[in-house]
Design a protein around this ligand. Structure first.
Ligand code: PHE
Length: 486
């Protein structure tokens, strides 16, 4: 037998005593309920189980509206006015105004006129007071028991909020054969525990108790609770993927020198990206000292290739340009400094951090964004290792299709562009490559270094399905609440 609720048990037990149809009122009385909803829902439950058959008939009826209810308790406006005029035969319009509500006087006079009462010189006259009295008492009768059939219905319908048409559903229930077959013993009401409390667990009663099952298909309110911003959640996820892959995290300042941000990476000093329109140079600190030995090494590399076999960029290297303060334009400025400090220990390092570029804000650009940077330095590190590391990372993020294309960066050779397939299209997410000797040799690095830098916001747009990067930072609460848990 299907599990029945207590109200269903009570209702079926009652109905088994009589085979004819039951009305709602009969059920309420027999089951000792005052709430119609309990009876109707138990009836629905039983009829879903096939134990009772429900019939519904619906009729249109008329009920009193808000004004109608008032009229029923304190009299129709015309009735009250008529009483007043009859007991004050000399009453004037002014008396009406002072004895009735302000909003009643106007419509009231209209109603009186409609009943054949005239206003002459401010006072009231009537040729046939009897017919007025009888018309008013008919109306009062209607208000006592409104009916669609009454000729007065159309009169009241035209008055505001006096009557309303409603659809009245009448239900009756009849027990079925399979309902009759359920023995009364199975219809005993049981105490069911809906909530598990500490008190309950302290006694033994729960051992024999019945527990109300959860209906997981019911609609429920989503509790609103605090949660991480999707960007923060994404950063956490990326962080744990790199940690899982054996990388250590590097966290560094974003105020840096042009020297480490560019010169150390063999970006020529006349490179267009170094110009004011791309880089935020700082007034404070305007210059940051770099040790003379490092400056001398970069100068040699840039001007003629130093001790490497490179020919360098030629021209004259400026140590002053090198020491300019700026907001880092990429996180490679930090991995290269890490390598400078640890040139001979193999390492796997990553950073997820903020970078700055003078970009005009639009659908795909922000002047302040994040990069996911990484390096692998170890004997034998090579391009295949670099590509498979990036593929593994993106696969763990849920993007198994990754391809690389040849690219150019002044500090890597070979250089790659990394693309990920998303909704059938290849999207460029970052750059990668193997650091050039011009970068590694002056730092005393002997092993090859695989390096990459990718846009975090670009990736976030894929993960969250956005086509406008600004959505990530506009604090749109509704949108934030509806983001998936990453
Ligand atoms: N720094 C590059 C950028 O900002 C990315 C990159 C990092 C490329 C490391 C190669 C190696 O786009």
């Amino acid at each position: 037998m299907a599990e029945l609720t207590n109200p269903e048990r009570r209702m079926l037990r009652a109905m088994k005593n009589r085979l004819e149809s039951w009305s709602l009122e009969e059920i309420l009385e027999t089951c000792d309920w005052s709430d119609q909803a309990v009876a109707v829902s138990a009836g629905h439950g039983l009829s879903n189980h096939g134990y009772v058959k429900m019939s519904e008939t619906s009729v249109t009826d008329v009920i009193l509206g808000e004004e109608g209810e008032k009229a029923a308790s304190s009299g129709l406006l015309e009735a009250r006015l008529w009483d007043f005029i009859q007991s004050n035969p000399d009453a004037t319009m002014r008396d009406i105004s002072s004895n009735f509500e302000r909003h009643e006087a106007g419509p009231g006079v209209g109603l009186l006129k409609g009943l054949g009462i005239e206003i002459q010189g401010g006072s009231f006259t009537c040729d046939d007071p009897e017919s007025v009295t009888s018309a008013i008492s008919e109306r009062t009768e209607f208000i006592k028991s409104p009916s669609l059939e009454s000729p007065l219905y159309s009169h009241f319908k035209s008055r505001k909020n006096l009557v309303e048409m409603v659809e009245v559903v009448t239900r009756t229930w009849k027990v079925t054969k399979s309902g009759m077959n359920i023995p009364d013993e199975d219809l005993e009401e049981v105490v069911r525990i809906a909530e598990i409390t500490p008190e309950l667990l302290q006694t033994d009663t729960w051992k024999d108790a019945q527990f109300r099952p959860y209906d997981v298909s019911l609609e429920a309110n989503m509790p609103r609770s605090g949660r991480s911003h999707p960007m923060q959640a994404l950063i956490e996820r990326i962080r744990s993927i790199f940690l899982e892959m054996g990388f250590s995290e590097l966290v560094e300042d974003y105020v840096q020198t042009a020297g480490w941000n560019m010169d150390a990476l063999f970006i020529p000093q006349d490179h267009p990206a170094r110009e004011m329109q791309d880089t935020f140079y700082l007034d404070n600190p305007k210059q940051i000292n770099i040790d003379p030995k490092t400056l001398a090494d970069w100068k040699a590399i840039h001007e003629y290739g130093g001790d490497t076999e490179s020919t360098g960029w030629g021209g004259e290297f400026s140590e002053e340009v090198s020491q300019k303060g700026l907001l880092r334009t990429h996180t490679t400025v930090n991995t290269i400094q890490y390598l400078a400090q640890n040139p001979s220990e193999p390492c796997r390092v990553f950073a997820i951090d903020r970078v700055f570029r003078k970009e005009r804000i639009d659908r795909t650009h922000l002047p302040e964004f994040h990069q996911i940077e990484g390096i692998i330095m170890e004997p034998g590190a090579n391009l295949g290792m670099l590509v498979s590391t990036l593929k593994t990372f993106y696969a763990k993020m849920g993007y198994p299709e990754v391809r690389v294309r040849p690219a150019y960066f002044p500090y890597t050779e070979p250089s790659l562009e990394v693309e990920v397939k998303w909704r059938g299209k290849w999207l460029e997410l970052g750059g990668a490559g193997i650091f050039r000797p011009e970068v590694t040799e002056p730092l005393g690095i002997k092993d090859p270094v695989c390096a990459w830098g990718m846009g975090l916001e670009r990736l976030a747009m894929l993960v969250l399905g956005l086509d406008d990067i600004r959505q990530l930072y506009i604090s749109d609460l509704e949108w934030l609440r509806n983001q998936p848990i990453l």
